[in-house]
Design a binder for this molecule. Sequence first.
Ligand SMILES: NC(=O)c1ccc[n+]([C@@H]2O[C@H](COP(=O)([O-])OP(=O)(O)OC[C@H]3O[C@@H](n4cnc5c(N)ncnc54)[C@H](OP(=O)(O)O)[C@@H]3O)[C@@H](O)[C@H]2O)c1
Length: 354
Amino acid sequence: MKLSCQVADVQSNSASTESLEPRGAKPIIAVTMGTSRQGSAVVRHLSKSGIFQIRAITRSPLSKQSELLSKLDNVQIVQGDLLDPESLKRCFSGVHGIFGNTTPTKGWVVGRGSMVRDYEIKQGKNLIDIAKKFADSGTLKHFIFSSVCKPKDPLKSEPAPGHFTSKWSIEEYICNKGLKKVSTILRPVSYFENFDSDLPSVQISETIFPGVVNKNTVWQTIAVDDVGLWANAVFQNPQKFLGEALNIAGEEMTGEEMAALWQKIKGQESPKVRYAMIPRRLINLLEHDIGLMANWIERAGYGADLTQLKNIADELHITMTPLAHWLTKKSYRRTPSKQALMFNLGRRFEPVSS
Ligand SMILES: NC(=O)c1ccc[n+]([C@@H]2O[C@H](COP(=O)([O-])OP(=O)(O)OC[C@H]3O[C@@H](n4cnc5c(N)ncnc54)[C@H](OP(=O)(O)O)[C@@H]3O)[C@@H](O)[C@H]2O)c1
């Protein structure tokens, strides 16, 4: 879909101190938040393509995750902070493309959780202001901003969680700054990886498939690795994607269907799996914005067009990760975890199913 300026429109190895001069003939792509789940997936796919030189941006070039990324072909780890425009100037100098990602996660506070809308907007504005300078100078040819999927029905989209509206406001800022022509917006839905997070009670186990929404809500999800798959495809096909926005999802299932799929993968003779909705009150207490997100998904829902995506994927010869494939590859706990016990405690305050 054409990238509209209306927010309501739904439709690879070196240390950071090394020279950032272009190396060889490969176009350089800078990846912000290069160590994040999303950023590192993008770095891995770009590295595998062999076409690009990659600058993976991190605040901590000596971290374990930075070290792992630095071992990939054509990847250079560079120090940068989305809150520090000067560092971004250095990171973006001479680049052909930028994969721009921002984070709302600031630090956990009782009653609020960790997500702060203004914190993400500040990063987004810095990112776009500096990207614009390089687009104007003619070096930057393609900017991807990773946002979040928009709803099917705009009328149902309010109120939206702060970490969604921050990204849509940043999309708007891209248009207002006149960066649209060289931009592509990718809008991923919820990651499969959320089903297996470290958050209390959000972990697939032998008997539980956890989720934040009602068991009957159709919920679009994606493997975080597929954000890298799409970003790589977008950078390789600028003529198709410049000025466009694309909602991306890999699956569209209810919680009960996902639990049934997990049962099928484990075997029908194995212990019974049930879909377990995390009590909304518990979510609201721990991470308020995720509670708002769960309400939003139940009311509005992500609006990715899976048929259209499949057609584009076929055309580009890329294959998205099915949930069944992701589940087959994962290991899981055979004994109830501490988190599962917490979940059971939470059930005393709110019914699990509706
Ligand atoms: N979870 C989902 O289902 C989902 C779905 C769609 C979209 N999203 C969005 O995707 C984005 C990324 O999420 P994620 O889960 O991939 O991230 P993540 O794994 O939680 O990683 C966060 C990253 O942010 C980096 N970071 C934090 N503050 C920074 C700053 N000031 N400047 C530069 N880097 C900074 C950290 O890197 P260093 O410490 O190495 O600098 C870290 O790698 C978020 O905006 C999220 O809302 C999430």
